[in-house]
Design a binder for this molecule. Sequence first.
Ligand SMILES: Cc1cc2nc3c(=O)[nH]c(=O)nc-3n(C[C@H](O)[C@H](O)[C@H](O)COP(=O)(O)OP(=O)(O)OC[C@H]3O[C@@H](n4cnc5c(N)ncnc54)[C@H](O)[C@@H]3O)c2cc1C
Length: 241
Amino acid sequence: MSAAPPTFDVTLRSARMLTPSVRELTFQRADGEPVTFDAGQWMSFVLPLAEGEARRAYSIASPPDGDTFDIAVTHVDGGPGSTYLHALEPGATLRAIGPQGFFTRPRSDDAPALFIATGTGVTPLRSMVRDALAHGHVKPMIVLVGVREEQDRLYREELEALAAAHPQLRVEYTLSRGKDDWTGRRGYVQTHVPELFRELEPSGAPHAWICGLERMVSAVRNVLRKDMSLPRQQVHSERYD
Ligand SMILES: Cc1cc2nc3c(=O)[nH]c(=O)nc-3n(C[C@H](O)[C@H](O)[C@H](O)COP(=O)(O)OP(=O)(O)OC[C@H]3O[C@@H](n4cnc5c(N)ncnc54)[C@H](O)[C@@H]3O)c2cc1C
């Protein structure tokens, strides 16, 4: 049996809004120790809510190797955990349990990769992409993110700057409520998956990394596993609900 993940206090160092509904929070261990984790893992937070203590999981959005770590939280209407985290003031301390999870991309894995997310599902993929680039991965990587509108593309500037600096990386967005002047992709992420996956195949057997709400994750898994008959080892996923 694997050991229970460590529990420690973390202090909120800074926070910023990434989109109108997503807040990024940057934490540091209160005792100054580094937080070690693998790209793709998540942290559980013990939230002292008015109605009682509650635990909520958040993917680590930043790559390993830093003194701090980021999470990005979508504000869910009427959701007690996300509302609490959107109001948390810098300097506040929370109990964290982690890192946890097996949605991880080992540094030794340099297969071509299609990263697929909706909304804040892009956060563990941001960690994986930055970790891969920092460790010299050269095989092609495509990040496909589905959001409602242009303004919801969290980490867009950063991802596009990385793509401009690293020819092996490409970033694609699909909008479900794009305005009339949006000339890019539209609709569900799963409709764009086969084309992008096939583009990667000449570089080796690609792996797909999928993260977001259950409905999208299932739809994408169906496309890859059933329609395209990919083996299970090439399809990795994490669900938020
Ligand atoms: C492994 C794991 C990692 C997660 N990582 C993240 C993350 O990085 N960022 C994040 O915002 N959430 C993440 N979540 C979801 C998070 O744990 C909470 O469920 C979420 O913040 C809602 O909590 P709440 O108390 O505000 O609302 P609740 O009342 O507990 O939930 C209400 C409903 O909100 C919906 N919901 C949950 N997460 C989201 C979301 N991200 N976007 C839109 N709707 C959602 C679900 O349908 C849920 O049933 C993760 C969940 C898991 C299991």
